[in-house]
Write a protein of this length. Structure first.
Length: 320
């Protein structure tokens, strides 16, 4: 993963992000892959550092803490699928089905995600969380309480609308601004999107006002990796993006203050069945090291490049 600096300590920003609640993640994966999915608002990016064990780690990070965390990581997560297994599936299908915990092996493979022609139009979407995993243990996930709260999201379904448009070059792409506003309304309140000053295939910026939050948020997503693959049949489509997520509460003057950084891979395996499209989806959240925050670097080292938070979803698109 790419190194990045954090502007404040985790203890300083935790209360602010905690107030955002569990809904925030759903929108961020929608922004992350720049298509209408809901993987990222169902978990809390904010309360990872609120339990006692995390506070102790942040206040006195040393080699013994890191060794303790490393020792708590299940040995099984260090082993990936065999080469023979990988060769039987596409890269993305293999990563999802085998639940690969390695960093994405692909780079920026395209200027955008170009969907099959059968994606064009407007859709009603139902996204259901099927499973939440903590591959590196509950401590790196955010503690026992955080993991328990995330488990309560399993079985929940979010309903919203999405839209895909045909461009002048005859490509079908996601209508990003429409999709973001739609899912934000469903997950964070009808007036939750104040502005989307930038929306391109490789970068999106949103100013959000989640219901019940003490402050507004600026969310920036920078696409670092992208891959779409030829599917086994004309009724299937596989794609993935990795985004650097930067979330900052806005101060009274409208300027960002504390920041929270992560990288999220979202893999989507679509299949058309008549007027319905189904999708198997996985989101994997990776920690980032920091030049200014040694606590974040210790946790990143403890994760050994594995995701700390993995979620699986079933998404159903019904043509309007």
């Amino acid at each position: 993963m790419v190194l990045e600096s954090s502007q404040t300590s985790s203890n300083e920003k935790a209360p602010i992000f905690k107030a955002m609640g569990m809904k925030m993640i759903l929108l961020l994966v929608t922004l992350n892959i720049l298509v209408p999915c809901v993987a990222f608002m169902s978990k809390s990016f904010d309360i990872r550092h609120t339990e006692r064990e995390n506070t102790r780690l942040f206040q006195s990070p040393d080699r013994r803490d890191t060794i303790k965390i490393l020792g708590s990581i299940p040995v099984g997560i260090l082993a990936g699928p065999s080469l023979a297994e990988d060769q039987q599936k596409s890269v993305l299908e293999s990563r999802l089905v085998e639940n690969s915990l390695q960093p994405p092996p692909y780079g920026m493979e395209g200027s955008d995600v170009f969907y099959p022609s059968w994606f064009e139009g407007r859709w009603k979407v139902a996204s259901t969380c099927n499973e939440v995993q903590a591959p590196c243990g509950n401590l790196l996930f955010g503690g026992n309480q955080t993991f328990a709260a995330a488990q309560k999201e399993v079985g929940n379904t979010t309903l919203y609308e999405s839209r895909f448009l045909r461009t002048q070059n005859d490509n079908v792409v996601a209508d990003r601004e429409f999709n973001v506003r739609s899912i934000a309304k469903a997950a964070m309140g009808s007036n939750s999107v104040l502005d989307i000053p930038l929306s391109t295939p490789n970068k999106m910026t949103c100013i959000l006002a989640p219901e019940g939050a003490p402050t507004n948020l600026r969310v920036d997503l920078l696409i670092l990796n992208r891959l779409q693959e030829p599917a086994p049949t004309p009724t299937q489509f596989f794609c993935s993006e990795v985004a650097r997520q930067i979330v900052a509460p806005l101060g009274s003057a409208g300027a960002p203050s504390a920041t929270l950084l992560k990288e999220i891979e979202t893999i989507s395996l679509y299949e058309q069945i008549g007027d319905v499209v189904t999708c198997r989806q996985r989101s994997a959240t990776f920690l980032l090291p920091s030049q200014q925050n040694p606590q974040a670097t210790y946790l990143w080292q403890a994760s050994r490049g594995r995701p700390i938070d993995v979620r699986f979803y079933t998404v159903k698109y019904t043509k309007v």
